[in-house]
Design a protein around this ligand. Structure first.
Ligand SMILES: [Fe+2]
Ligand SMILES: [Fe+2]
Length: 367
C-alpha cells in the first residue's frame, strides 16, 4: 500500500476526462467598492483561514483500517440503532460499513472536483465584486479539498466512480447560465449536502486521519454555505415572483433527484447495491424505515432531529433565504411521503432550524 500521498491513483482507474457544455455570461463590474459588506468580510475571513493540505494534516500516520471500517454513516438515518442492523452477522455489517464509507469518500472527492469548477464559474458569473472576491477564495479551498480527499483515497487504495445522481446534479449546476441558479445549486444544495455529510461521517468515524481531514474541510464548507446564505439573502428579496419560482424549482429539482427513487438517481439506490453485494436484500433494508420507525425517530431526535442532508440541512437553508414557498413545501412533502412512507412526518411540523453558528455546529461531536 502506497503511503506517499503524491503517488499515483490505483491503476484500475486511469485518467479519464468527461465534458458538459457550460454556457454562461461572464460579467464585469466596474465598481470596485464593496457593495455587500458581509461578503467582503467573509472574503477577509477566508484569507485568514487558509491552510495547506499536504502540510497541515498528518500524512505520516497510516490509515487505521479497522477504525475506517467502522466509519458507518448512511445519510443521516441511524440504521445502526435498529434491531435489523444488530441482527446481521458481524462480517456483513463490517462489509457494508466499509463499502459505504468508501462509496461516500469517493463521491466526496468527485463532488469536490465539481465544486472546484463551479466556484471558478462563479468568479465570472456573479455580478458583485464582493461575490467575485469570495468565489476566488472558494475556488482555492475546493482545489485543496480535491487534493486532500485524493491523497486520503490513495492511501486507502480504492476509488469508486461518481454516483449518477451526484453527476447529474453537478452537470446541471455547471450547465445553467443563470448565476442565481448556479449559486443556489452549488452554495445551498451541494454545499449543504457536503457540509452535512462530512460532519456526519467525521462524527461516525474513529479513524484519526479521516477525522482530522473532515474537520478541516468542513470548516471551509461552513464558510461556503455561509456565502450562499449571505449572498442569496440579499438577492432573493429583489426578485420577481416568477424569478423566485424559477430559482425555487431549480433548487427543488437538484435536491429531489438525490432522494426520489422515481428519478432513478437517488443516492440510496446506488448505495443499496453495496448491501445487495454483502448478501442483504435491499428491500428488507429499506423496509426498516417503516418497521422500526419509532426506534429510528427516537435515534434521530437524540441526534438533533435531522433526517439526512436534504431534509435536515438543505431545506432549512432554503427556508431561511426565502426559497421555500408553500408550493415547494408541498412538492418536497410529496417526495418524502412517497419515498419514506411517512417515517419522517410532516415538514410543517418538524423541520429543524438551520444552526445559527455553522462553524460551531461543525465542531459539535454529536450527530
Ligand atoms: Fe469542498
Ligand atoms: Fe465547498
Amino acid at each position: 500500500m502506497a503511503s506517499d500521498p503524491q503517488s499515483e491513483l490505483p491503476e484500475a482507474h486511469p485518467t479519464q476526462t468527461d465534458g458538459v457544455h457550460a454556457a454562461m455570461e461572464a460579467v464585469y463590474n466596474w465598481n470596485y467598492d464593496s457593495e455587500i459588506d458581509q461578503l467582503r468580510t467573509l472574503y477577509a475571513n477566508a484569507l485568514e483561514r487558509q491552510w495547506i493540505g499536504l502540510r497541515d494534516l498528518d500524512w505520516e500516520q497510516e490509515i487505521d483500517r479497522a477504525a475506517f471500517s467502522r466509519s458507518f454513516s448512511i445519510g443521516g438515518v441511524p440504521i445502526q440503532e435498529t434491531d435489523f442492523w444488530k441482527s446481521l452477522p458481524e462480517d456483513t455489517r463490517w462489509e457494508i460499513a466499509r463499502g459505504t464509507a468508501t462509496f461516500m469518500l469517493s463521491n466526496f472527492l468527485h463532488g469536490e472536483q465539481g465544486a472546484l469548477m463551479v466556484a471558478a464559474q462563479l468568479v465570472n458569473a456573479v455580478p458583485h465584486m464582493d461575490g467575485k472576491f469570495y468565489a476566488s477564495t472558494q475556488t482555492l479551498d475546493e482545489a485543496r479539498h480535491v487534493e486532500v480527499f485524493a491523497a486520503y483515497i490513495r492511501k486507502l487504495g480504492e476509488v469508486q466512480p461518481i454516483a449518477p445522481g451526484l453527476k447529474k446534479l453537478l452537470d446541471d449546476v455547471l450547465a445553467t447560465d443563470d448565476w442565481k441558479k448556479k449559486a443556489v445549486g452549488m452554495q445551498v444544495v451541494t454545499e449543504g449536502l457536503a457540509l452535512y455529510s462530512f460532519r456526519d461521517m467525521r462524527n461516525a468515524s474513529e479513524e484519526p486521519l479521516l477525522r482530522q481531514l473532515l474537520t478541516r474541510v468542513s470548516q471551509d464548507e461552513a464558510r461556503h454555505t455561509g456565502y450562499g446564505i449571505k449572498y442569496l439573502n440579499q438577492v432573493v428579496p429583489t426578485l420577481s415572483d416568477e424569478e423566485k419560482a424559477e430559482i425555487e424549482d431549480f433548487a427543488f429539482e437538484t435536491a429531489r433527484l438525490l432522494i426520489d427513487s422515481r428519478s432513478g438517481l437517488a443516492l440510496r439506490q446506488t448505495a443499496l447495491k453495496l448491501w445487495e453485494s454483502a448478501g442483504v436484500d435491499p428491500a428488507e433494508a429499506l423496509g426498516v424505515l417503516v418497521k422500526e420507525r419509532e426506534t429510528l425517530r427516537a435515534a434521530v431526535e437524540k441526534r438533533g432531529g435531522r433526517w439526512g442532508p436534504v431534509r435536515g440541512f438543505v431545506i432549512p437553508t432554503l427556508r431561511s433565504i426565502g426559497l421555500f414557498s408553500p408550493r415547494i413545501e408541498a412538492a418536497f412533502q410529496e417526495v418524502f411521503d412517497h419515498n419514506f412512507q411517512g417515517a419522517m412526518g410532516k415538514l410543517s411540523e418538524e423541520l429543524p432550524e438551520l444552526p445559527e453558528d455553522l462553524e460551531a455546529w461543525v465542531m459539535e461531536e454529536t450527530n
